[in-house]
Design a binder for this molecule. Structure first.
Ligand code: KIV
Ligand code: ZN
Length: 526
């Protein structure tokens, strides 16, 4: 009998912790709805105590999406209570609480004497806290997951004790994170085997794998976990996440699917929705998918060399272990143009996975007709980018009203800008080393600000001279980075939009910080 592997998607929590990714509430809800179509079993929707926006996103998703919704909480009463409040409208809810268990983490985070004087005492404190907080979470909700953070580098005997305490307190899922992506697949698998042997009542809980990709082994470790007793995998779409990312959902799912001959496991994932989900996540987060990325990269099904092409024409299986259609990649490109009506646009957007309200359709239709006027052929990629750019942007922040930029050989680049916020106008002009520099200087002058530009990149979204250009700008202030994205057929305009969006992100962050009364404890690890 084939056994089911539970797919726990953490794109909206760990995935959103990717450097440069920031999703607003609307975008998160849209992704969650698409994850429901993809048929993931659990959506980790966020870390509610960490900000009002996180709380709001979890709350909205809990009310609108009908799969198990998980919310993250440190082993602290305030976190657990807040997680529960955010989840209250969910039909199926899970509180996911965690404690740090490796000596690195215990010594680093529990340095204060109140946690004990020696390592031995501090370790005991962590066991007690884990037990108490799982018990506390159980007063709100039956489904409680406990994670032993940095389990990958935790002494096995001690890890077994912590897990035993969490199970005794009622944890229904026990997660074994390889938080730093340190373990080798055989080690990770052995860890699961050892835990099954050592931990009393381990069979009362589902064992979960949560692997990071610092050595490029997150998927291999997750699969090794499955082979040795893991029945839930925690993963993200496109493998996004902290540092080098998390295990990629599509790679785990397709490995189990393509190698059914080896694995007696299945997931409920609707693989035909993989591509749409991947592109939606990339479009909203602004994290570009590398062309050679397995399953969802642009080249994943491209056959370049003559020998390969010849082989493919004779028999697809010569060089293809799965068909593109299995993961929702269509061979025929659908192109819309200025004569495609509102109805045609709406049905294409639905096919691409977006659930548009009438007011949103109005906005996207307007943006689409503007684009179709400039660019004869509008591709799926253009539509996805328009969604990210036009529909779900935050309101009440700086918006670009007007720019004029002059530059050329042997002339000094100059730029003039007009920016609006709440009907108030901010305008100024400046020169610079190039047109983009002049533009950013003019914006700085108009808004009386100045940021360090950490990175600036331009890419073409589709091919051809009139392709949409996507600009990403990352700014930095006081050790914090904020990313903005702008899209236009004119890359100077896209640059202005991207810079303003990064500034808007910074303002949103400041507003949130204020509304949390500068609660410093939120940045504490415990
Ligand atoms: O990587 C990790 O350890 C985590 C935990 C919070 C589960 O993300
Ligand atoms: Zn993680």
């Amino acid at each position: 009998m084939s056994e089911k592997i539970i797919v726990f998607d953490t794109t909206l929590r760990d995935g959103e912790q990717s450097p440069g990714a920031s999703l607003n509430v609307f975008e998160k809800v849209e992704i969650a709805k698409q994850l429901e179509k993809l048929k993931v079993d659990v959506i980790e929707a966020g870390f509610p105590v960490s900000s009002p926006a996180q709380f709001e996103a979890v709350k909205r998703i809990a009310g609108e999406v009908n799969v198990v919704i998980a919310a993250l909480a440190r082993a602290k009463e305030i976190d657990i209570k807040t997680a529960y409040d955010a989840l209250s409208q969910a039909e199926k809810k899970r509180i996911h609480t965690f404690s740090s268990t490796s000596d690195y983490h215990i010594l680093g985070k529990f340095g204060h004497e109140r946690y004990g004087r020696s390592l031995e005492e501090k370790r005991k404190t962590v066991i007690q806290m884990s037990y108490d907080m799982v018990k506390y979470a159980k007063t709100f909700c039956e489904d409680v997951e406990f994670s032993a953070e940095d389990a990958g580098r935790t002494d096995l005997a001690y890890l077994s004790e912590v897990i035993e305490a969490a199970i005794e307190a009622g944890a229904t899922t026990i997660n074994i994170p390889d938080t730093t992506g340190y373990t080798m697949p055989f080690e990770y698998g052995n860890k699961i085997v050892e835990l099954k042997e050592r931990v009393r009542n381990i069979e009362k809980a589902i064992i979960s794998a949560h692997c990071h990709n610092d050595l490029g082994l997150a998927v291999a470790n997750s699969i090794s976990g499955i082979q040795n007793g893991v029945r839930q995998v925690e993963c993200t779409v496109n493998g996004i996440g902290e540092r080098a990312g998390n295990a990629s959902l599509e790679e785990i799912v397709m490995a189990l699917n393509v190698r059914k001959d080896l694995f007696n496991f299945f997931t409920d994932i609707n693989t035909a929705e993989i591509y749409n989900t991947s592109r939606m996540v990339s479009g909203f987060t602004g994290i570009v998918i590398q062309p050679n990325k397995a399953i969802v990269g642009e080249n994943a099904f491209a056959h370049e060399s003559g020998i390969h092409q010849d082989g493919m024409l004779k028999n697809r299986e010569t060089y293809e272990i799965m068909t593109p259609e299995t993961v929702g990649v269509s061979k025929t490109k659908i192109v819309l143009g200025r004569h495609s009506g509102r109805h045609g646009l709406k049905s294409r957007m639905i096919e691409l996975g977006y659930s548009l309200k009438e007011s949103e359709l109005d906005k996207i239709y307007e943006a689409f007709t503007r684009l179709a006027d400039k660019k004869k052929e509008v591709y799926d990629e253009d539509l996805r980018i328009l969604m990210g750019d036009e529909i779900y942007k935050e309101e009440n922040h700086f918006e670009l009203e007007y720019i004029q930029v002059n530059s050329g050989t042997n002339s000094i680049p100059t730029a003039t800008v007009k920016i609006l916020m709440h009907g108030k106008e901010y305008s100024d002009s400046s020169t610079g080393d190039g047109p983009v520099d002049a533009l950013f200087n003019a914006i700085d002058r108009a808004l009386k600000i100045q940021f360090t530009i950490e990175s600036y990149s331009v890419r073409s979204v589709t091919s051809g001279r009139q392709a949409l250009g996507e600009v990403m700008v990352r700014i930095r202030e006081n050790g914090l980075s904020f990313t903005g994205r702008g899209v236009s057929t004119d890359i100077i305009e896209a640059s202005a939009k991207a810079y303003l969006q990064a500034i808007n992100q910074k303002m949103i962050h400041e507003k949130e910080k204020k509304s949390l009364h500068e609660n410093e404890s939120l940045n504490e690890a415990v």
